[in-house]
Design a protein around this ligand. Structure first.
Ligand code: CA
Length: 377
């Protein structure tokens, strides 16, 4: 009797089992790979990091104006957990202060922090999105932009340049400025050399003065040396920081020319389109935060700085006479008529802006204004 056992059928069975096993492993492996790819793609879009450059029209960390882009950038970095990092460049570091719009339009930088009224030369409608003389205050501007159709118009105006605007700060009502001569009547404006840029400057010149444009860094020496007789800058907080109270005596209010200027965050359209939806939303949220935060900071610091100026420095706080304000108002209305008469898009924006401004004025007569008057009784 053979002691040999016939293992042949068992070997065949084992081979078949192994083949089936390997096939299943293959199928499972493919299925796992397929699922893995899906997850991988999803992870890629949530883990891809973006590094953006933010150019500004202000010196790096300049009080108020320059802290807003820093606040904005830091918030984006935090909200995105580092997936979108934004590096802030002061005016002139990467592009000149007045080159911010072009840099963002051309994609040299993905994002910018500046003011729309600087672009009035190429976009006549632009000043309405910052501030025009005798226009809306900060509260009213925010109402128009976010609930009165203003943002939609702003996006329409910037679309041909591949730039998407967002509101990015507001200084509140500014001061009329620092003067080395008393202003008692419209005649006192004649020949007065004042640093006052933009639309306010155009209006000031039409009312008899001579408007000059100088960068903030030259205001102190220009006033001190008598190159100019007067200058506007922002308000007590910023003005005191550059020492204007040391070189001019009369501090006039109110800031008829900039009653509530909105600053802008501008984003390159293509760069924005390349972001996943959650990062786009973070940009919107951070801009909205910076927009309100700047107003809050100015409110707190202007109050404190005015008290310091009044209590500890030799200045005279004066209100511009009514006839001067009225003359400036007439000149302003005439100037705006000219602007909207020569540019259909400016006219379209103005019509929305004016309708909202009239409504806000009407309501504020019996709300903010009535309350402020009542508080003083
Ligand atoms: Ca100003």
């Amino acid at each position: 009797m053979s002691s040999k056992t016939n293992y042949y059928p068992l070997v065949i069975l084992a081979l078949v089992a192994a083949l089936v096993g390997v096939s299943w492993l293959y199928v499972f492996d493919k299925a796992a790979q397929y699922n893995g790819n899906g997850q991988q793609q999803q992870q890629q879009s949530t883990q891809q990091t973006y590094h953006w450059k933010l150019v500004t029209s202000w010196p790096k960390n300049f009080p108020g104006l320059g802290t807003a882009p820093e606040t904005f950038a830091k918030l984006i970095n935090r909200l995105s957990n580092g997936r979108l990092t934004v590096t802030v460049y002061g005016g002139g570091e990467l592009v000149p202060p007045m080159g911010v719009f072009d840099a963002v339009s051309q994609g040299t930088a993905e994002i910018g922090h500046t003011a729309a009224y600087y672009w009035k030369g190429k976009i006549p409608a632009a000043p309405f999105f910052t501030s025009v003389p005798f226009g809306m205050n900060a509260q009213e501007m925010n109402g128009w932009l976010f609930y009165g159709g203003g943002m939609e118009l702003w996006r329409e105006v910037y679309a041909p340049f591949g730039v998407v605007p967002l509101a990015g700060g507001n200084t509140g009502v500014q001061m009329a400025g620092w003067f080395n001569k008393e202003i008692n009547s419209v005649d006192d404006l004649k020949g007065l050399k004042m640093r006052i840029p933009g639309v306010g400057g155009e209006v000031f010149s039409r009312a008899g003065g001579t408007a000059v444009t100088l960068p903030g860094s030259e205001l102190y020496t220009s006033l001190q040396s008598g190159v100019i007789d007067a200058t506007e800058w922002v308000g007590p907080y910023n003005d005191m920081a550059i020492g204007l109270h040391e070189v001019a005596r009369y501090y006039y209010y109110p800031g008829w020319h900039e009653p509530g200027p909105t600053l802008e965050v501008i984003v390159n359209q293509q760069a924005l389109d390349s972001l996943p939806e959650d990062l786009k939303a973070m940009i919107e949220v951070a801009a909205r935060y910076a927009n309100q935060d700047m107003l809050d900071e100015y409110t707190a610091r202007n109050n404190a700085a005015l008290l310091e100026l009044q209590n500890n420095h030799e200045i005279e706080l004066r209100r511009l006479p009514d006839d001067v304000i009225k003359a400036l108002r007439v000149a302003s209305d005439a100037y705006i008529e000219e602007v909207i008469g020569s540019d259909p898009l400016a006219k379209k924006v103005y019509q929305s802006w004016k309708t909202f401004a009239d409504g806000a004025k009407n309501y504020h007569h019996i709300s903010e204004q009535a309350y402020i008057n009542a508080r003083d009784l």
